[in-house]
Design a protein around this ligand. Sequence first.
Ligand SMILES: C[S@@+](CC[C@H](N)C(=O)[O-])C[C@H]1O[C@@H](n2cnc3c(N)ncnc32)[C@H](O)[C@@H]1O
Length: 270
Amino acid sequence: MSLLNQVMRLPYVHGLWMRFPVGDVSTKVHWGLYPYPYYAYGVYWSAFLAKRLAIPRITAIEFGVAGGRGLLALEKATMEIERALDVGIDVVGFDSGEGMPEPTDYRDLPHIWGRGFYQMDHAKLRARLSKARLVIGDVRETIAKEVRSGQLAPIGFVAFDLDYYSSTKAAFDVFEDDGPSHLPRVHCYFDDVAANDLGCMNKYVGELRAIHEFNAAHPTRKISIFEQLRLSRPKWEHWQKKMYVMHDFAHPQYTTQVIPLEPKHTQRPL
Ligand SMILES: C[S@@+](CC[C@H](N)C(=O)[O-])C[C@H]1O[C@@H](n2cnc3c(N)ncnc32)[C@H](O)[C@@H]1O
């Protein structure tokens, strides 16, 4: 085990490093030294993929902004990652601006969430944002206009935190256009696919139901959990079960070879 691995097992080291986040971006992403480490992970690897595909700019989206804690974390991480990888990253947050809408039926899990939960303080949030763009309105109306404006760089990372089945299903409209509008594999984070002691998440309701229906309706596009992500990470983190990838198997660049051609990837010593 490397010295760094041993040091990181000591109590308080992770917290101390978080307070004084020195080191290069890839090391910090690896050790999860970000307030939303799953956003940093998804954005880093989508930007890395874009670089390998010679795509100079991508879009990172958060669906469901509320107070803005996540969007601010996403913005900060992307600013470091775009500098490190030399790939431009636009950040867009979608939210109603007035909290959760009325749930449609049991699939929206009204036993957990209801109208008006998670209000946004517009003035406070806008004062703190530096580059992220807010798209205010119900996603059922805003997405199509935004995505089909022709102004978005290819979508590389999406965080889904709209809680409801109906809102998440509507948000999947971002994956409806042809290849160039998104990377061949789009890193996704789903906040509400796991646990919740009283909510009891399952595939018949909420985000999981929306994912199952998307997959059933799209023969060559699948949203699939990132299998065995734990193997790429130095330790278990609860969010590893919330990382998915939207695979567009018919994307013109899906089969483009992207692993760096370095001996560690291409040679098998005896
Ligand atoms: C749990 S909060 C998001 C929290 C945020 N991602 C964070 O990490 O701080 C869920 C948000 O989804 C938004 N939302 C849910 N359904 C929506 C819809 N149909 N259109 C727009 N926003 C919606 C609500 O306004 C609410 O602010």
